[in-house]
Design a protein around this ligand. Structure first.
Ligand SMILES: Cc1cc2nc3c(=O)[nH]c(=O)nc-3n(C[C@H](O)[C@H](O)[C@H](O)COP(=O)(O)OP(=O)(O)OC[C@H]3O[C@@H](n4cnc5c(N)ncnc54)[C@H](O)[C@@H]3O)c2cc1C
Length: 473
């Protein structure tokens, strides 16, 4: 093959033009580049909301590529077969991709690399999804970190490669290979009628991500430290879903916030620390992948959490009808927007695992199904942090009280009014949107009365603490 043979750019969670080293390197070679997304078993296995969100991301990214006279080629099946077939059809001699770090992707990618090499096709993976490769950050003893604060201390002064510019040009092949049609993949099918509601609340694509981040730096970062915990304020960056699809890269966020920090911005350090929580989650998932599936601390295996999803109080939690307003508001926000404020995530997770004594895995799976920003590492770490079973977790006996949390973080009840319509003369549009988003089979309507608590806060707390004390023996 000549050096002008095409490069297949295998896209996964890197749907962007800026800060994309695999794309930048492929373009810098001067060779034709064929961007391809493969719908494989991992794509098919995604939860309803993240799959819908990925589908929308692919649609918007394909338009970005078209504006550069390029295309997004879509194929289905096992990636090694799809890539080999494409290489044969196009004469491509190399495949480039951005590394992923969850165990299933690592196993897939290792197999693909070996198969491509056997077939005489070059395979190169690139950094770009994280600020630091998980194996590059080590304790003095050469091991991984298990506690966040020393991890932050270890990384805050490190060099992070600057984001590379978007390529000016993406050279096209002489002939484009056939592509499947995104519409035929029906990525939003499992969302049913909820997709129309999500559509009204979710921004998609690199242009939207970069615009939002710029506005965040200019208008919101300064007050981030003070406002990030107030669920009614638009006080956070809203970058998580863009990061999950790779429509913005973490280096872009890091350097943007770092610049602001050096200029004396009051919120910048706090923001960088939050970004590093994401890194820490991936560091843990890489070094201790069992965090994604079971108690990080084995001693929690004996804890009497219920794993029965059919209990009425678990259904009430899922539906946002526990009778505890802040918990219900968060669970309804999730149905309507596919996301939930971080503080409220902690509160609903604490209520499920402590007041309702339910295994964190049930909540983890519910989030996996409903979050448009679903990220396996941050989700698992978040749940295990709240439940007490994770590394560096909140102690189990520290039980969030949703009432005092509401008084502190939503004193004017703006967040509650946004999401809970019952008892309001004129419910907000968002509170009513919940009834459009939820499955019809739940049989709920705006005329229903607001429920009594399924478990009172003092009873739930006492029961959780008693179970904890018993376990401690
Ligand atoms: C039970 C639970 C489950 C969670 N599941 C997810 C998930 O599936 N996907 C996800 O992206 N985040 C998850 N988080 C973390 C956090 O809630 C979201 O990252 C945050 O709400 C996203 O909003 P933002 O982008 O406006 O955040 P900002 O406050 O603007 O923070 C900037 C970025 O920092 C990172 N970040 C902030 N807080 C955390 C955190 N606690 N852990 C890890 N990274 C963080 C995110 O990448 C975020 O986009 C979870 C937290 C909990 C308690």
């Amino acid at each position: 093959m000549t050096s002008a043979s095409p490069i297949l750019l295998w896209l996964r969670r890197d749907l962007r033009l800026h800060d994309a080293p695999a794309l930048a390197d492929a373009c810098a070679s001067g060779r034709p580049v064929i961007p391809v997304f493969i719908r494989d078993a991992l794509t098919d296995g995604l939860g309803a909301a993240p799959k819908w969100r990925l589908g929308r991301g692919l649609e918007v990214f394909s338009h970005l590529l078209e504006a550069k006279d390029s295309r997004l080629i879509l194929r289905s099946g096992p990636p090694q077969e799809a890539l080999q077939a494409l290489a044969e059809e196009t004469g491509a001699t190399d495949v480039y991709w951005t590394r992923a770090y969850d165990p299933a992707s690592v196993e897939r990618d290792t197999g693909v690399k070996a198969r491509l090499k056997d077939a005489g096709i070059g395979a190169r993976s690139f950094a770009g999804a994280l600020l630091f490769e998980p194996w590059e950050v080590q304790t003095k003893d050469g091991g991984p970190y298990r506690v966040y604060s020393p991890f932050w201390k270890a990384v805050k002064g490190r060099e992070v490669a600057p984001p590379c510019a978007a390529p000016k040009r993406i050279a096209a092949p002489k002939a484009w290979p056939e592509s499947e049609r995104l519409a035929d993949w029906a990525m939003g099918a499992a969302m049913q009628r909820g997709a129309d509601v999500l559509e009204r609340h979710v921004d998609v694509g690199e242009v939207a991500a970069r615009g939002r981040f710029e506005r965040f730096l200019d208008e919101t970062l300064d007050s981030y430290k003070a406002d990030r915990d107030a669920p009614a304020a638009d006080g956070t960056s809203g970058m998580s879903a863009f990061l999950a699809t790779g429509e913005i890269g973490p280096r872009t966020l890091w350097h943007g916030a770092m610049r602001a920090w050096h200029e004396g911005n009051a919120g910048a350090e706090t923001y960088l620390k939050e970004l590093v929580w994401r890194e820490f989650a991936w560091h843990l998932a890489w070094h201790t992948p069992h965090i994604l599936e079971r108690n990080w601390r084995e001693e929690w295996d004996a804890f009497p959490w219920s794993e029965d999803e059919d209990r009425p109080e678990v259904l009430a939690w899922k539906q946002g009808r526990t009778g505890i307003p802040l918990v219900d508001a968060g669970m309804r926000e999730l149905q309507v927007t596919g996301t939930m404020h971080n503080r409220v995530r902690m509160i609903v997770a604490s209520y499920l695992t402590k007041h309702l004594m339910t295994h964190w895995r049930i909540g983890q799976r519910w989030f996996e199904e409903h979050l448009v920003d679903w990220d396996p590492a941050s989700n698992a770490m978040g749940w295990q942090w709240v439940a007490g079973s994770g590394p560096d977790a909140a102690p189990y006996f520290r039980i969030f009280n949703p009432e005092t949390q509401r008084e502190k973080f939503d004193p004017k009840e703006r967040y509650l009014h946004r999401w809970i319509g019952e008892g309001q003369g004129a419910p907000s549009e968002t509170a009513l949107a919940y009834y459009e988003a939820i499955p019809k089979s739940w049989n709920l309507s705006p005329g229903d009365a607001y429920p009594e608590p399924v478990v009172s806060l003092p009873d739930g707390r006492a029961r959780a603490l008693a179970a904890y004390e018993e376990r401690r023996g």
